[in-house]
Write a protein that binds this ligand. Structure first.
Ligand SMILES: [Zn+2]
Length: 493
Protein backbone atom coordinates (compact mmCIF):
# COMPACT_ATOMS: atom_id res chain seq x y z
CA UNK A 1 0.00 0.00 0.00
CA UNK A 2 1.39 3.37 -0.92
CA UNK A 3 1.35 6.46 1.22
CA UNK A 4 -0.75 8.09 -1.49
CA UNK A 5 -3.58 5.96 -0.24
CA UNK A 6 -4.37 8.53 2.42
CA UNK A 7 -7.44 10.61 2.20
CA UNK A 8 -7.02 13.24 -0.45
CA UNK A 9 -9.51 15.46 1.23
CA UNK A 10 -7.05 17.36 3.39
CA UNK A 11 -9.01 20.50 3.97
CA UNK A 12 -9.65 19.53 7.55
CA UNK A 13 -6.06 18.96 8.43
CA UNK A 14 -5.47 22.56 9.18
CA UNK A 15 -8.57 22.76 11.35
CA UNK A 16 -7.97 19.72 13.45
CA UNK A 17 -4.34 18.74 13.01
CA UNK A 18 -4.13 16.85 16.30
CA UNK A 19 -7.09 14.63 15.51
CA UNK A 20 -5.63 13.13 12.37
CA UNK A 21 -3.45 10.20 13.19
CA UNK A 22 -1.77 8.10 10.61
CA UNK A 23 -1.99 4.45 11.43
CA UNK A 24 -0.04 1.79 9.66
CA UNK A 25 -1.24 -1.72 10.41
CA UNK A 26 1.07 -4.54 11.32
CA UNK A 27 0.73 -5.98 7.86
CA UNK A 28 1.78 -2.68 6.38
CA UNK A 29 -1.64 -1.53 5.32
CA UNK A 30 -2.14 2.07 5.96
CA UNK A 31 -5.42 3.21 7.26
CA UNK A 32 -6.51 6.67 8.10
CA UNK A 33 -8.01 6.27 11.55
CA UNK A 34 -8.78 9.90 12.18
CA UNK A 35 -11.54 10.58 14.63
CA UNK A 36 -14.28 11.74 12.35
CA UNK A 37 -16.96 13.99 13.67
CA UNK A 38 -20.48 12.59 13.95
CA UNK A 39 -22.55 13.33 10.89
CA UNK A 40 -24.79 15.85 12.57
CA UNK A 41 -21.83 18.08 13.25
CA UNK A 42 -20.95 18.03 9.60
CA UNK A 43 -24.45 18.92 8.59
CA UNK A 44 -24.59 18.05 4.94
CA UNK A 45 -24.12 14.24 4.96
CA UNK A 46 -26.95 13.84 7.48
CA UNK A 47 -29.54 13.08 4.82
CA UNK A 48 -27.31 10.63 3.05
CA UNK A 49 -26.66 8.74 6.24
CA UNK A 50 -30.38 8.45 6.96
CA UNK A 51 -30.78 7.01 3.52
CA UNK A 52 -27.91 4.62 4.08
CA UNK A 53 -29.24 3.47 7.45
CA UNK A 54 -32.33 2.21 5.64
CA UNK A 55 -30.15 -0.20 3.67
CA UNK A 56 -29.04 -2.02 6.82
CA UNK A 57 -30.26 -5.60 6.83
CA UNK A 58 -30.32 -6.99 10.37
CA UNK A 59 -31.41 -10.42 9.20
CA UNK A 60 -28.04 -11.09 7.55
CA UNK A 61 -25.95 -9.84 10.45
CA UNK A 62 -24.10 -12.55 12.27
CA UNK A 63 -21.20 -11.67 14.51
CA UNK A 64 -20.52 -15.22 15.72
CA UNK A 65 -17.81 -16.05 13.25
CA UNK A 66 -14.16 -15.35 13.48
CA UNK A 67 -13.52 -11.70 12.76
CA UNK A 68 -11.35 -11.96 9.70
CA UNK A 69 -11.48 -10.05 6.43
CA UNK A 70 -13.32 -12.04 3.76
CA UNK A 71 -10.68 -10.99 1.23
CA UNK A 72 -7.34 -10.69 3.02
CA UNK A 73 -8.13 -13.14 5.88
CA UNK A 74 -6.40 -10.73 8.23
CA UNK A 75 -7.92 -10.21 11.68
CA UNK A 76 -6.65 -6.67 12.12
CA UNK A 77 -8.98 -3.69 11.99
CA UNK A 78 -12.05 -5.49 10.70
CA UNK A 79 -15.35 -3.92 9.73
CA UNK A 80 -18.67 -5.64 9.14
CA UNK A 81 -20.81 -4.47 6.23
CA UNK A 82 -24.26 -3.86 7.69
CA UNK A 83 -25.87 -4.37 4.30
CA UNK A 84 -24.60 -7.85 3.40
CA UNK A 85 -22.94 -8.98 6.63
CA UNK A 86 -19.49 -9.61 5.15
CA UNK A 87 -16.29 -8.67 6.96
CA UNK A 88 -13.64 -6.42 5.44
CA UNK A 89 -10.37 -4.98 6.59
CA UNK A 90 -9.77 -1.27 7.15
CA UNK A 91 -11.72 1.74 6.01
CA UNK A 92 -9.02 3.89 4.42
CA UNK A 93 -9.03 4.57 0.69
CA UNK A 94 -7.02 1.49 -0.15
CA UNK A 95 -8.89 -0.80 2.18
CA UNK A 96 -11.12 -3.73 1.30
CA UNK A 97 -14.10 -2.18 3.07
CA UNK A 98 -13.64 0.99 1.01
CA UNK A 99 -13.47 -1.06 -2.20
CA UNK A 100 -16.58 -2.99 -1.18
CA UNK A 101 -18.48 0.26 -0.61
CA UNK A 102 -17.64 1.42 -4.12
CA UNK A 103 -18.02 -1.84 -6.04
CA UNK A 104 -21.10 -3.22 -4.26
CA UNK A 105 -22.75 0.05 -3.35
CA UNK A 106 -22.93 -0.95 0.34
CA UNK A 107 -22.23 1.99 2.58
CA UNK A 108 -22.64 1.26 6.28
CA UNK A 109 -19.87 -0.50 8.20
CA UNK A 110 -19.36 -1.31 11.84
CA UNK A 111 -15.96 -1.59 13.45
CA UNK A 112 -16.09 -5.01 15.07
CA UNK A 113 -13.80 -3.96 17.89
CA UNK A 114 -15.14 -0.54 18.85
CA UNK A 115 -18.73 -1.03 17.51
CA UNK A 116 -18.50 2.42 15.90
CA UNK A 117 -20.43 2.77 12.65
CA UNK A 118 -19.04 4.51 9.55
CA UNK A 119 -20.40 5.46 6.17
CA UNK A 120 -18.03 4.63 3.31
CA UNK A 121 -16.61 5.75 0.98
CA UNK A 122 -17.42 9.16 2.47
CA UNK A 123 -15.68 8.04 5.65
CA UNK A 124 -17.73 9.66 8.37
CA UNK A 125 -18.84 8.37 11.73
CA UNK A 126 -22.55 7.84 12.33
CA UNK A 127 -23.97 7.89 15.78
CA UNK A 128 -27.63 7.17 15.68
CA UNK A 129 -29.71 5.65 18.47
CA UNK A 130 -31.29 3.28 15.95
CA UNK A 131 -27.93 1.50 15.63
CA UNK A 132 -27.74 0.66 19.29
CA UNK A 133 -29.38 -2.77 18.90
CA UNK A 134 -26.67 -3.74 16.41
CA UNK A 135 -23.80 -2.77 18.67
CA UNK A 136 -25.54 -4.66 21.49
CA UNK A 137 -25.70 -7.86 19.44
CA UNK A 138 -22.04 -7.43 18.51
CA UNK A 139 -21.00 -6.67 22.05
CA UNK A 140 -23.67 -7.24 24.71
CA UNK A 141 -23.18 -5.60 28.09
CA UNK A 142 -24.56 -6.53 31.49
CA UNK A 143 -24.90 -4.85 34.84
CA UNK A 144 -24.93 -6.38 38.30
CA UNK A 145 -28.65 -5.67 38.40
CA UNK A 146 -29.29 -7.41 35.09
CA UNK A 147 -27.36 -10.54 36.12
CA UNK A 148 -28.92 -10.76 39.58
CA UNK A 149 -32.16 -12.37 38.37
CA UNK A 150 -30.77 -14.73 35.71
CA UNK A 151 -31.05 -17.81 37.93
CA UNK A 152 -34.42 -16.94 39.40
CA UNK A 153 -38.03 -17.47 38.41
CA UNK A 154 -38.23 -13.79 37.42
CA UNK A 155 -35.95 -14.56 34.47
CA UNK A 156 -38.36 -17.26 33.28
CA UNK A 157 -41.31 -14.92 33.33
CA UNK A 158 -39.88 -12.47 30.82
CA UNK A 159 -39.00 -14.11 27.53
CA UNK A 160 -37.09 -12.20 24.87
CA UNK A 161 -38.08 -11.98 21.21
CA UNK A 162 -35.73 -12.33 18.27
CA UNK A 163 -36.01 -10.48 14.93
CA UNK A 164 -38.65 -12.88 13.68
CA UNK A 165 -40.63 -12.37 16.89
CA UNK A 166 -39.82 -15.85 18.15
CA UNK A 167 -39.76 -15.97 21.96
CA UNK A 168 -36.73 -17.36 23.75
CA UNK A 169 -35.33 -17.42 27.26
CA UNK A 170 -31.83 -15.94 27.33
CA UNK A 171 -29.33 -18.59 28.41
CA UNK A 172 -31.50 -21.44 27.16
CA UNK A 173 -30.75 -21.24 23.47
CA UNK A 174 -29.30 -23.56 20.86
CA UNK A 175 -25.63 -23.76 19.94
CA UNK A 176 -24.62 -24.72 16.42
CA UNK A 177 -22.98 -28.05 15.91
CA UNK A 178 -20.55 -26.96 13.24
CA UNK A 179 -19.15 -30.43 12.64
CA UNK A 180 -18.78 -32.64 15.68
CA UNK A 181 -18.56 -30.18 18.50
CA UNK A 182 -21.66 -31.28 20.42
CA UNK A 183 -19.38 -32.73 23.12
CA UNK A 184 -18.04 -29.21 23.70
CA UNK A 185 -21.44 -27.53 23.44
CA UNK A 186 -22.77 -29.45 26.46
CA UNK A 187 -19.75 -28.37 28.52
CA UNK A 188 -20.11 -24.73 27.44
CA UNK A 189 -23.77 -24.72 28.45
CA UNK A 190 -23.11 -26.46 31.77
CA UNK A 191 -20.35 -24.06 32.81
CA UNK A 192 -22.22 -20.98 31.68
CA UNK A 193 -25.10 -21.88 33.99
CA UNK A 194 -22.92 -21.84 37.08
CA UNK A 195 -23.87 -18.47 38.54
CA UNK A 196 -20.53 -17.22 39.95
CA UNK A 197 -18.58 -18.10 36.80
CA UNK A 198 -21.35 -16.90 34.47
CA UNK A 199 -21.74 -13.57 36.26
CA UNK A 200 -17.99 -13.04 36.39
CA UNK A 201 -17.82 -13.46 32.61
CA UNK A 202 -20.95 -11.41 31.87
CA UNK A 203 -19.64 -8.49 33.93
CA UNK A 204 -16.11 -8.75 32.55
CA UNK A 205 -14.63 -6.21 30.20
CA UNK A 206 -11.53 -7.88 28.83
CA UNK A 207 -9.83 -5.46 26.52
CA UNK A 208 -6.27 -5.82 27.61
CA UNK A 209 -3.71 -8.58 27.69
CA UNK A 210 -6.09 -11.32 28.80
CA UNK A 211 -5.82 -14.54 26.85
CA UNK A 212 -7.79 -14.86 23.65
CA UNK A 213 -9.46 -17.98 25.09
CA UNK A 214 -10.74 -16.04 28.08
CA UNK A 215 -11.92 -13.14 25.93
CA UNK A 216 -13.77 -15.42 23.56
CA UNK A 217 -15.32 -17.48 26.37
CA UNK A 218 -16.60 -14.29 27.98
CA UNK A 219 -17.87 -13.14 24.57
CA UNK A 220 -19.72 -16.43 24.12
CA UNK A 221 -21.25 -16.16 27.61
CA UNK A 222 -22.56 -12.70 26.75
CA UNK A 223 -24.10 -13.95 23.52
CA UNK A 224 -25.77 -16.95 25.12
CA UNK A 225 -27.32 -14.75 27.83
CA UNK A 226 -28.05 -11.82 25.48
CA UNK A 227 -31.69 -10.70 25.94
CA UNK A 228 -31.64 -8.87 22.58
CA UNK A 229 -30.45 -11.44 20.06
CA UNK A 230 -31.41 -11.07 16.40
CA UNK A 231 -31.48 -14.87 16.06
CA UNK A 232 -32.27 -17.02 19.08
CA UNK A 233 -29.26 -19.25 18.58
CA UNK A 234 -25.53 -18.77 18.83
CA UNK A 235 -22.59 -20.27 17.04
CA UNK A 236 -19.67 -21.13 19.33
CA UNK A 237 -17.37 -21.04 16.29
CA UNK A 238 -15.10 -18.21 17.40
CA UNK A 239 -14.51 -19.71 20.83
CA UNK A 240 -13.98 -23.22 19.46
CA UNK A 241 -11.43 -22.00 16.93
CA UNK A 242 -9.44 -20.66 19.85
CA UNK A 243 -9.92 -23.88 21.83
CA UNK A 244 -8.46 -25.74 18.89
CA UNK A 245 -5.46 -23.41 18.77
CA UNK A 246 -4.89 -23.32 22.53
CA UNK A 247 -5.15 -27.10 22.87
CA UNK A 248 -2.90 -27.61 19.84
CA UNK A 249 -5.63 -29.49 18.01
CA UNK A 250 -6.56 -31.80 20.88
CA UNK A 251 -10.12 -30.44 21.09
CA UNK A 252 -11.36 -29.79 17.62
CA UNK A 253 -14.80 -29.21 16.21
CA UNK A 254 -13.98 -31.66 13.44
CA UNK A 255 -13.85 -34.79 15.54
CA UNK A 256 -15.93 -36.19 18.36
CA UNK A 257 -14.32 -36.06 21.78
CA UNK A 258 -14.88 -36.63 25.46
CA UNK A 259 -16.72 -33.84 27.28
CA UNK A 260 -15.10 -34.76 30.60
CA UNK A 261 -11.58 -34.45 29.17
CA UNK A 262 -12.53 -31.19 27.55
CA UNK A 263 -14.03 -29.84 30.78
CA UNK A 264 -10.88 -30.70 32.72
CA UNK A 265 -8.69 -29.01 30.16
CA UNK A 266 -10.90 -25.93 29.95
CA UNK A 267 -11.16 -25.41 33.72
CA UNK A 268 -7.41 -25.67 34.20
CA UNK A 269 -6.71 -23.44 31.27
CA UNK A 270 -9.19 -20.75 32.37
CA UNK A 271 -7.79 -20.90 35.90
CA UNK A 272 -4.29 -20.31 34.58
CA UNK A 273 -5.40 -17.57 32.19
CA UNK A 274 -7.17 -15.81 35.05
CA UNK A 275 -3.88 -15.64 36.92
CA UNK A 276 -4.79 -18.49 39.26
CA UNK A 277 -2.11 -20.17 41.34
CA UNK A 278 -2.07 -23.32 43.45
CA UNK A 279 -3.68 -21.38 46.26
CA UNK A 280 -7.29 -21.78 47.28
CA UNK A 281 -9.68 -19.22 45.74
CA UNK A 282 -6.95 -17.85 43.48
CA UNK A 283 -9.39 -17.64 40.56
CA UNK A 284 -13.14 -17.76 40.07
CA UNK A 285 -12.62 -21.34 38.83
CA UNK A 286 -11.05 -22.43 42.12
CA UNK A 287 -13.44 -20.46 44.33
CA UNK A 288 -16.37 -22.08 42.52
CA UNK A 289 -15.32 -25.65 41.87
CA UNK A 290 -12.35 -26.57 44.01
CA UNK A 291 -12.77 -28.85 46.98
CA UNK A 292 -10.37 -30.92 48.97
CA UNK A 293 -10.24 -34.63 49.44
CA UNK A 294 -8.24 -36.52 52.04
CA UNK A 295 -6.69 -39.70 50.88
CA UNK A 296 -5.59 -42.42 53.24
CA UNK A 297 -3.11 -44.87 51.87
CA UNK A 298 -1.92 -48.13 53.34
CA UNK A 299 0.60 -50.48 51.82
CA UNK A 300 -0.56 -53.99 51.03
CA UNK A 301 1.87 -56.69 51.97
CA UNK A 302 2.35 -59.57 49.62
CA UNK A 303 4.33 -62.43 51.06
CA UNK A 304 6.92 -63.56 48.62
CA UNK A 305 7.13 -67.18 49.89
CA UNK A 306 3.58 -68.36 49.27
CA UNK A 307 4.12 -69.36 45.72
CA UNK A 308 1.58 -66.86 44.49
CA UNK A 309 -1.36 -68.86 45.83
CA UNK A 310 -2.21 -66.57 48.63
CA UNK A 311 -4.09 -63.35 48.15
CA UNK A 312 -2.44 -60.09 49.14
CA UNK A 313 -3.04 -59.20 52.76
CA UNK A 314 -3.37 -55.95 54.57
CA UNK A 315 -0.55 -55.43 56.94
CA UNK A 316 -2.26 -53.87 59.89
CA UNK A 317 1.01 -52.73 61.36
CA UNK A 318 1.77 -50.55 58.45
CA UNK A 319 1.24 -46.90 58.86
CA UNK A 320 -1.79 -45.29 57.28
CA UNK A 321 -0.62 -42.26 55.40
CA UNK A 322 -2.99 -39.39 55.03
CA UNK A 323 -2.69 -36.65 52.47
CA UNK A 324 -4.99 -33.91 51.31
CA UNK A 325 -5.35 -33.02 47.71
CA UNK A 326 -7.50 -30.49 45.92
CA UNK A 327 -9.97 -31.55 43.24
CA UNK A 328 -12.02 -29.83 40.58
CA UNK A 329 -14.32 -32.72 40.06
CA UNK A 330 -15.19 -36.03 41.66
CA UNK A 331 -15.26 -39.25 39.73
CA UNK A 332 -18.00 -41.73 40.49
CA UNK A 333 -17.46 -45.39 39.73
CA UNK A 334 -20.58 -47.06 38.46
CA UNK A 335 -21.49 -50.51 39.77
CA UNK A 336 -21.31 -53.33 37.27
CA UNK A 337 -24.53 -53.52 35.26
CA UNK A 338 -27.37 -54.40 35.69
CA UNK A 339 -27.27 -53.28 39.30
CA UNK A 340 -29.50 -50.37 39.98
CA UNK A 341 -28.34 -48.19 42.77
CA UNK A 342 -27.53 -44.79 43.98
CA UNK A 343 -24.27 -44.00 42.32
CA UNK A 344 -23.09 -41.41 44.73
CA UNK A 345 -22.77 -44.11 47.35
CA UNK A 346 -20.02 -45.46 45.21
CA UNK A 347 -18.10 -42.28 45.45
CA UNK A 348 -16.01 -43.01 48.45
CA UNK A 349 -15.06 -46.60 48.19
CA UNK A 350 -11.70 -48.17 48.81
CA UNK A 351 -9.77 -48.51 45.63
CA UNK A 352 -7.02 -50.98 45.23
CA UNK A 353 -4.16 -50.22 42.99
CA UNK A 354 -0.51 -51.11 42.72
CA UNK A 355 -0.08 -52.64 46.15
CA UNK A 356 -1.95 -49.97 48.08
CA UNK A 357 -5.37 -49.52 49.53
CA UNK A 358 -6.74 -46.02 49.37
CA UNK A 359 -9.70 -44.44 51.04
CA UNK A 360 -11.08 -41.05 50.12
CA UNK A 361 -13.07 -38.63 52.18
CA UNK A 362 -13.94 -35.03 51.36
CA UNK A 363 -12.53 -32.39 53.67
CA UNK A 364 -14.00 -29.42 51.95
CA UNK A 365 -16.83 -29.36 49.45
CA UNK A 366 -16.89 -26.58 46.86
CA UNK A 367 -19.88 -24.35 46.15
CA UNK A 368 -20.42 -26.31 42.96
CA UNK A 369 -19.66 -30.01 42.78
CA UNK A 370 -18.87 -31.50 39.41
CA UNK A 371 -19.53 -35.24 39.32
CA UNK A 372 -18.15 -37.39 36.56
CA UNK A 373 -19.78 -40.80 36.17
CA UNK A 374 -17.17 -43.16 34.86
CA UNK A 375 -19.15 -44.94 32.22
CA UNK A 376 -16.46 -45.93 29.82
CA UNK A 377 -13.82 -48.53 30.46
CA UNK A 378 -11.09 -49.38 28.05
CA UNK A 379 -10.71 -52.98 27.28
CA UNK A 380 -8.26 -54.75 24.99
CA UNK A 381 -9.95 -53.67 21.81
CA UNK A 382 -12.92 -51.44 22.45
CA UNK A 383 -14.09 -48.85 24.88
CA UNK A 384 -16.97 -50.40 26.76
CA UNK A 385 -19.88 -48.44 28.04
CA UNK A 386 -21.62 -49.12 31.30
CA UNK A 387 -25.32 -48.50 30.67
CA UNK A 388 -26.30 -48.37 34.34
CA UNK A 389 -29.07 -45.89 34.98
CA UNK A 390 -28.07 -43.43 37.64
CA UNK A 391 -30.85 -42.61 40.01
CA UNK A 392 -30.62 -39.23 41.69
CA UNK A 393 -32.85 -36.61 43.20
CA UNK A 394 -32.95 -33.22 41.47
CA UNK A 395 -32.91 -31.43 44.77
CA UNK A 396 -31.54 -31.91 48.22
CA UNK A 397 -28.75 -34.42 47.65
CA UNK A 398 -26.89 -34.58 50.94
CA UNK A 399 -23.15 -35.11 50.72
CA UNK A 400 -22.60 -35.13 54.48
CA UNK A 401 -21.84 -38.84 54.60
CA UNK A 402 -18.87 -38.27 52.34
CA UNK A 403 -17.68 -35.27 54.22
CA UNK A 404 -15.26 -35.30 57.09
CA UNK A 405 -15.01 -31.68 58.10
CA UNK A 406 -15.49 -29.43 61.10
CA UNK A 407 -19.01 -28.34 62.02
CA UNK A 408 -18.32 -24.89 60.61
CA UNK A 409 -18.35 -26.35 57.09
CA UNK A 410 -21.27 -24.90 55.12
CA UNK A 411 -24.30 -26.95 54.17
CA UNK A 412 -23.64 -30.25 52.39
CA UNK A 413 -27.05 -30.19 50.71
CA UNK A 414 -26.93 -29.67 46.96
CA UNK A 415 -29.38 -29.15 44.10
CA UNK A 416 -28.76 -30.25 40.54
CA UNK A 417 -28.26 -27.49 37.96
CA UNK A 418 -26.81 -29.32 34.93
CA UNK A 419 -26.83 -32.88 33.67
CA UNK A 420 -24.98 -34.13 30.58
CA UNK A 421 -26.10 -37.37 28.97
CA UNK A 422 -24.69 -39.64 26.34
CA UNK A 423 -26.60 -41.56 23.69
CA UNK A 424 -25.13 -43.97 21.26
CA UNK A 425 -26.75 -46.08 18.64
CA UNK A 426 -24.13 -48.73 19.02
CA UNK A 427 -25.20 -50.51 22.19
CA UNK A 428 -22.57 -51.09 24.81
CA UNK A 429 -19.46 -50.03 22.98
CA UNK A 430 -18.47 -46.49 22.47
CA UNK A 431 -19.09 -45.51 18.92
CA UNK A 432 -17.87 -41.98 18.68
CA UNK A 433 -19.36 -41.39 15.27
CA UNK A 434 -22.94 -42.09 16.29
CA UNK A 435 -22.70 -40.45 19.69
CA UNK A 436 -25.19 -37.81 20.74
CA UNK A 437 -24.58 -35.48 23.67
CA UNK A 438 -27.40 -33.63 25.40
CA UNK A 439 -27.49 -31.29 28.34
CA UNK A 440 -30.30 -30.69 30.83
CA UNK A 441 -30.26 -27.25 32.39
CA UNK A 442 -32.22 -25.90 35.29
CA UNK A 443 -33.98 -22.57 34.85
CA UNK A 444 -35.26 -20.76 37.89
CA UNK A 445 -34.75 -22.41 41.24
CA UNK A 446 -36.51 -23.69 44.32
CA UNK A 447 -38.34 -26.72 42.91
CA UNK A 448 -42.04 -26.77 42.06
CA UNK A 449 -43.36 -24.32 39.52
CA UNK A 450 -40.57 -21.82 40.03
CA UNK A 451 -38.12 -24.27 38.49
CA UNK A 452 -38.17 -25.56 34.92
CA UNK A 453 -35.83 -27.79 32.99
CA UNK A 454 -34.63 -27.53 29.41
CA UNK A 455 -32.94 -30.13 27.28
CA UNK A 456 -30.55 -28.79 24.69
CA UNK A 457 -29.03 -30.83 21.92
CA UNK A 458 -27.16 -28.39 19.71
CA UNK A 459 -29.90 -26.27 18.10
CA UNK A 460 -32.80 -28.20 19.59
CA UNK A 461 -34.07 -26.62 22.78
CA UNK A 462 -37.07 -28.17 24.50
CA UNK A 463 -38.58 -27.89 27.89
CA UNK A 464 -38.79 -31.32 29.47
CA UNK A 465 -40.60 -32.83 32.38
CA UNK A 466 -38.43 -33.34 35.40
CA UNK A 467 -38.88 -37.10 35.42
CA UNK A 468 -37.40 -37.33 31.91
CA UNK A 469 -34.03 -36.20 33.20
CA UNK A 470 -33.43 -39.59 34.81
CA UNK A 471 -33.75 -41.55 31.60
CA UNK A 472 -30.51 -40.60 29.90
CA UNK A 473 -27.10 -42.06 30.56
CA UNK A 474 -25.60 -39.41 32.78
CA UNK A 475 -21.92 -38.63 32.28
CA UNK A 476 -21.49 -35.33 34.03
CA UNK A 477 -23.46 -33.34 36.58
CA UNK A 478 -23.04 -30.02 38.32
CA UNK A 479 -24.55 -29.58 41.78
CA UNK A 480 -25.10 -26.27 43.52
CA UNK A 481 -24.77 -25.90 47.26
CA UNK A 482 -28.03 -24.86 48.82
CA UNK A 483 -27.47 -21.70 50.83
CA UNK A 484 -27.51 -22.15 54.58
CA UNK A 485 -30.64 -21.00 56.32
CA UNK A 486 -30.39 -17.28 57.11
CA UNK A 487 -28.51 -16.79 60.40
CA UNK A 488 -30.68 -16.23 63.45
CA UNK A 489 -30.43 -12.91 65.16
CA UNK A 490 -27.71 -13.06 67.72
CA UNK A 491 -27.91 -11.26 71.03
CA UNK A 492 -25.90 -8.08 71.00
CA UNK A 493 -22.33 -8.61 72.13
ZN1 LIG B 1 -21.78 -5.49 1.85
Amino acid sequence: MSPAARHTDRTEDSDRPTKRARVVDEDGEEDSEDEILPSKVRGEPQKASDLYLDTINRAVLDFDFEKVCSVSLSNINIYGCLVCGKYFQGRGRSSYAFAHAIHDDHHVFINLETTKVYVLPDGYLVSDPSLEDISFVLSPTFTSTSVSTLSTAVHLRKPSYDLSNKPYIPGYIGLNNIKRNDYMNVVIHSLLHVAPLRDYLLLSNFRGKESELLKRFAGLAKKIWNPRLFKSQVSPHEFLQEVNRASVGKYSLEKQGDPVDFLGWLLNRLHKDLGGTKKKNSSVIFSTFQGEVRMETQQVLVRPDTGGNEKPRFDIDREIKSSASPFLFLAVDLPPPPLFQDAVEKNIIPQESSGQVRRFKCQRLPRYIILHFKRFTKNMFVEEKNPTIVNFPLRGLDFKDYLDAPASHPSAVYDLIANVTHESAAGTTRDKESTVWKVHLRAGTGGGDTERWFQIQDLIVEEIRKEMIFLGETILQIWERRPDAPPRLRPAE
